[in-house]
Design a protein around this ligand. Sequence first.
Ligand SMILES: Cc1cc2nc3c(=O)[nH]c(=O)nc-3n(C[C@H](O)[C@H](O)[C@H](O)COP(=O)(O)OP(=O)(O)OC[C@H]3O[C@@H](n4cnc5c(N)ncnc54)[C@H](O)[C@@H]3O)c2cc1C
Length: 485
Amino acid sequence: MIRTGDEYRESIRDGRKVWVDGEQVDDVTRHPMFKPIVDVRARIHDLAHEEASQARMTYRSAGTGELNAVANKLPRTQQDWHDKRAAVDLVQRAAGGVVTRVGDETIGEMWSLYDGQDVLNEVDPRFSENIRRHIETAVTADPFHVSANTDPKGDRSKAPKDQDPDMLLHVVRETDNGIVVRGAKYETAAAYANQAFTKPTIANWGNDALSDYAVGFVLDMGSPGLKFVCRNGFAGRAPASDYPLANRVDEVESLVIFDDVEIPWEDVLFYQHTRAAAFIRATLHRYSAFPFVQRTLHLADLMIGAALWNVKQTGLEKQPAVQEKLAQLACYRETVNAHLTAAIAMAEPSPGGLLMPNQSLLYTGRVVALSQLPAMMHTARELCGGQICITPDAATFQHPEIAPWLEKYYTVNENWVADDRRRLLAFARDLLNSDYAGHRLTFQLFAQSPPFAQLGAVYRNFDFSGPLDLVKAAAELSDKVDASL
Ligand SMILES: Cc1cc2nc3c(=O)[nH]c(=O)nc-3n(C[C@H](O)[C@H](O)[C@H](O)COP(=O)(O)OP(=O)(O)OC[C@H]3O[C@@H](n4cnc5c(N)ncnc54)[C@H](O)[C@@H]3O)c2cc1C
């Protein structure tokens, strides 16, 4: 089943308690800081219905004959990955910027759950039916699904029991209907999503086998007791003509406060078992790292486009030094592309029988894409020149007394007129220099776990046995030397 954009909008008008800018929000679908990104999410639903894009966005289920979203399909073949990649490309182009947390990038956590069913059932079989049903719902019900991992955590040197216990989300009691949880999580898009796979963060949540902190569930965002306290949005702060990306694709984060929220038993996926929680954490990004890295590729394309249009406008693109800088951006772009392409070409079967992107190539690609991004933004910034941060706003370009002067100084030649130059500089500023640009960079850094955790994933997935064998042979080491020691 696929939903329409309006059905999605209606589904989030559920009386949720949302705050931003010091005030409570009546309806996120209409509030100026949320409306643009809600509209992008709604547009993704509508693209699945429109004739021109339906084939790219949907597939027909062999079992039910219904149309489902390509983004939510359990990946079993390389073609599934090519299809997902193509759908994401279409969404990014339609959004007119980079949108990450719009569902396809977080739904992969449910496929990790699919792989983990046997392990979780072995640890605690009580919730196997819930796991199966929620995985099925994620594929067929077209939910807007997000990810909840990160708690405020408080004093990291202390165990939860030695400080305010709510610094990490935990179970406070059981009822006939379910469990009651207390705590908070940072979540992008939570205030306008339908549900979140909620599970423990990377933290000291205890070594006891039966910790109350080791809990995982699917959270209905309309649950009573939830408060969505949002950071101030970028949309609406300044005109869209000056900050086009901030006004179009800002993805608002929330501190989601769980003030004694009851989670029905049927939504609980694991409970009290640290082994289950540790297992889920270790495999979480097995699939979802792919669409996350794909966003960085899109960002690279936007940087190359902005930089190249700028040097074309100013007649600098024939300079060898300028071409070298553009080549550096192209190398970065193609390195990210190569990791994504190879991760599909060398995809590997998952423990649950799905097809995972090649894990080593994917996780190394994520580290390369994110660790080099600041330097690449700086290169693009350099190519755009200082005018991206000193150009007057669109209103000044229209002021009767000033307009002729700006017309004179911003018209480069008969093809590059002042208004196009102003538009390009405004776009490049919002991509590389603005508050929104800085936020996007921090998002790329952290939103899919911090760099040390990303390197940890590389360490766990790279096959070190090859280099060990190579050096053992080349250095003519004896057979006493054993990699397992
Ligand atoms: C824009 C944005 C969007 C986000 N969206 C989401 C979301 O949708 N869902 C979600 O769950 N989370 C989200 N997050 C949270 C994100 O996952 C966390 O910021 C990240 O996991 C780091 O946690 P922290 O901020 O509490 O940093 P801290 O835990 O305070 O760590 C800060 C730094 O300390 C160092 N450090 C900490 N612990 C260790 C360690 N064990 N070993 C080595 N170094 C260490 C690292 O340098 C680390 O970066 C988002 C964050 C941002 C910035």
